[in-house]
Write a protein that binds this ligand. Structure first.
Ligand SMILES: [Zn+2]
Length: 245
């Protein structure tokens, strides 16, 4: 296999996964039954990043029209067959890893929204709305007047850059999400699975564009300050030497 692109859920490293990074096994339901033949493929992937090397485990259930047993001539390829279910077993959800300088309640809501996204889109969307409100109230403290989530979002226009605003506004216009932001965040409302997914993705964008970007800027400025302080003290030493000689 030529390898495929993959992003590690633990360290965020983007990598190309090759044969030596993964192993997969097929388990076939070949007994005749009313639902049809099935293939369950379990896949282990080990992160190629030398500093990480953690593994993920996923399982995929596929529908088979027929079962043929190989007679010692290699393994049949079922990868093109229709997928019925997919599970992320380790880690349990597709939540991305974010640094711990982001407040814990926000990361907890985000993690749980990811965890139950497939099982219960409406519970996931409810957690996402709460997470979204938590982010806005924490990150824009003093700049956004607390109220209904929809009103708080409206106040962001002009505060945030155009691209981020387009992303927020875009998600609001999908399906029932906009209407749900009018509701109290604790009201559980029906949403389609793809709407729950969009909310999770919006949260990921905001965590990255706001918290991570702010921290990177801080570190960058700190490094510049440190460097100029070092240069200044080096100049001072030179000056002192000069005045003594
Ligand atoms: Zn990794």
């Amino acid at each position: 296999m030529n390898g495929f692109s993959w992003v590690c859920p633990y360290c965020g490293h983007a990598a190309t996964i090759r044969d030596e990074d993964m192993c997969s096994y097929d388990s076939i339901l070949y007994i005749k039954n009313t639902d049809g033949y099935r293939c369950l493929t379990s896949v282990f992937i080990v992160c190629p990043n030398a500093k990480c090397r953690r593994f993920t485990l996923t399982a995929t259930l596929r529908q088979l029209e027929s079962v043929f047993r190989p007679n010692g001539s290699g393994r049949p390829d079922y990868s093109g067959r229709p997928i019925l279910r997919e599970w992320s077993l380790i880690p349990e959800s597709k939540a991305k890893s974010f640094p711990d300088y982001i407040p814990k309640p926000i990361l907890d809501d985000y993690g749980e929204a990811c965890l139950i996204r497939d099982l219960s889109p409406k519970a996931s969307a409810t957690l996402s709305r709460r997470c979204l409100q938590g982010i806005i109230r924490d990150f824009w403290r003093g700049k956004v007047k607390p109220g209904r989530l929809a009103r708080e979002i409206e106040q962001l226009e002009g505060l945030v850059d155009d691209d981020t605003w387009q992303a927020i506004d875009g998600v609001r216009s999908v399906g029932n999400i906009g209407a749900h932001m009018e509701e109290d965040i604790n009201v559980i409302v029906d949403v389609e699975p793809h709407e729950a997914q969009l909310l999770v993705e919006l949260i990921e964008i905001l965590l990255k564009e706001w918290y991570v970007a702010r921290q990177q800027k801080r570190l960058h400025l700190e490094a510049i300050r440190k460097l100029s302080a070092e240069k200044e003290s080096a100049r001072k030493v030179e000056r002192d030497k000069g005045s003594r000689s």
